[in-house]
Design a protein around this ligand. Structure first.
Ligand SMILES: Cc1cc2nc3c(=O)[nH]c(=O)nc-3n(C[C@H](O)[C@H](O)[C@H](O)COP(=O)(O)OP(=O)(O)OC[C@H]3O[C@@H](n4cnc5c(N)ncnc54)[C@H](O)[C@@H]3O)c2cc1C
Length: 430
């Protein structure tokens, strides 16, 4: 059985697929095709790249092994967070102010890019605004306060507000937390509908998409990208496979680790209960190592993500697996029915920085968003379009960030990583 089969069960009974706007279907690749650019993978990275490049006049073909949004892009929490996955103080300490500041501004631009795509292409995807981040231990409350003060003094960023324990009832009906940070700049959305809207925009811009067409190998310059039933000859190729890349390109596979994360959707909540659960109707998240993240959907369901595993395969009862985390935050939902439970696979890097670069001059890759891919993978499409048109600075800034390989390579990265991840997850619990 392949890693992909082990990780991501095909029958995703997610709330997102059940509430997808308009089903879109594309043929498989058969025979020989030619393009300027061949994109492998139809998640946010692949489709945003295709759209931005087609808008610059390139002929683009996207090849997807399964169907649109099969990967993490069609299954995630839909949080569109500001900044990078690593906090800003870390980036300043590691890379100095100039690089850190550029990354900060790119992080804000990534959120704006999502918003602009939605506005420009009239994508209906339940876009809402704001996030509240909760401290699950008292010591993390003071860290939130420090972060707010740091971002204000260093970057003049005034979209964050600290909420002390005694005022928490203004932002949540739960005793689980010690303090919070209200962030007015982040956003949240229905990720699969955002993705389908991007796909429709890409097709309108001239992009050709093939589904159910797994790329098995590629070779040569110009590159010939092969599936079992056809091939695309292109000047450039973009690998946009993230946690699902498997063995397609061993040179980049060892820099990421695929992990599974799980989500549930409740039945629609009454207006009264929804207002208790999410008084500001923002997305919400907490400071646990295995982060809990949640929000209300467009039809008032609680979409709650919590729990992950580091082995091959999903838990047999995903609803029950995630529900226990939800009840730690909202015991009042004990009688609320869980309608959907699903999982997905994302790629993390060792230092949680995105991993961009080139395998050859004309073979590009972007991966390893480490749980921050809704904005960053979408933005990656904008950056690759800049890079392929000759403006390499911003792509290269990310490509030049150090990304260590996982110790032990693709086979032996598991035991050490899993032990590490489990240690931190357990430390959170006790
Ligand atoms: C449960 C979960 C919750 C998450 N929540 C959030 C969140 O709230 N906010 C956030 O910012 N991020 C979140 N993430 C992360 C985010 O979803 C990802 O970082 C992002 O979607 C990555 O996009 P991508 O296009 O690079 O990869 P993917 O969406 O995974 O797409 C890769 C695609 O490549 C295809 N592919 C792979 N190999 C081949 C091949 N050989 N031939 C053809 N096609 C191939 C796959 O089938 C897949 O469709 C979450 C992830 C998960 C799993």
């Amino acid at each position: 059985m392949s890693i992909l089969e082990c990780f991501s069960e095909n029958d995703v009974s997610s709330y997102y697929s059940a509430s997808a706007n308009k089903p879109m279907a594309f043929p498989s690749l058969c025979g020989d095709e030619a393009a300027d650019i061949c994109v492998v993978g139809a998640g946010f990275t692949g489709l945003s790249s295709a759209l931005h490049l087609a808008e610059k006049g390139y002929k683009v073909i996207v090849i997807e092994a399964e169907t649109l949004g099969f990967g993490a892009s069609g299954r995630n929490g839909g949080h569109v967070g500001i900044g990078q996955r690593q906090d800003q103080q870390y980036l300043e300490d590691k890379f100095g102010h100039e690089v850190a500041a550029t990354l900060w501004h790119m992080g804000l631009e990534a959120v704006d890019t999502v918003k602009e795509l939605i506005q420009k292409h009239l994508i209906k995807c339940d876009l809402k605004h704001g996030n509240v981040h909760f401290a699950h231990r008292a010591k993390y409350s003071s860290e939130l306060e420090q972060e707010i003060a740091f971002l204000d003094s260093r970057y003049g960023f005034d979209q964050l507000e600290y909420v002390p324990k005694e005022r928490l009832s203004e932002v949540i009906d739960s005793d689980a937390y010690h303090g919070a940070m209200v962030d007015r700049a982040s956003k949240h959305l229905h990720p699969l509908n955002f993705l389908l809207g991007m796909a429709a925009a890409a097709v309108a811009a001239g992009v050709t998409i093939y589904e159910n067409s797994r790329v098995t190998t590629y070779e040569g310059t110009p590159v010939v990208v092969k599936t079992s039933t056809g091939q695309v000859t292109a000047s450039e190729m973009i690998l946009a496979c993230n946690g699902y890349i498997e063995t397609l390109e061993p040179k980049i596979n060892g820099y990421i680790m695929p992990i599974n994360n799980f989500v549930l959707a409740t039945e629609p909540l009454s207006d009264e209960l929804a207002a208790q659960v999410a008084p500001l109707d923002t997305s919400m998240s907490d400071s646990r190592f295995v982060i809990n993240y949640w929000k209300l959907s467009g039809d008032n369901r609680l979409i709650f993500g919590g729990g992950e595993n580091y082995r091959r395969g999903f838990p047999s009862d995903i609803k029950g697996f995630v529900r226990k985390y939800m009840l730690q935050v909202y015991p009042q939902l004990a009688n609320t029915k869980i309608d959907y439970g699903w999982g997905g696979t994302l790629a993390i890097t060792l230092n949680r920085l995105p991993h961009f670069g080139r395998v050859e001059d004309n073979i590009w890759y972007m991966q390893g968003y480490s749980g921050h891919g809704v904005p960053t993978a979408t933005f990656a499409g904008k950056l690759i379009a800049e890079a392929i048109t000759g403006k390499l600075e911003r792509f290269d800034l990310i490509a030049n960030l150090p990304t260590p390989k996982f110790p032990g390579g693709t086979l032996l990265r598991w035991p050490g990583m899993v032990a590490g991840m489990l240690y931190y997850a357990l430390r959170d619990r006790f």
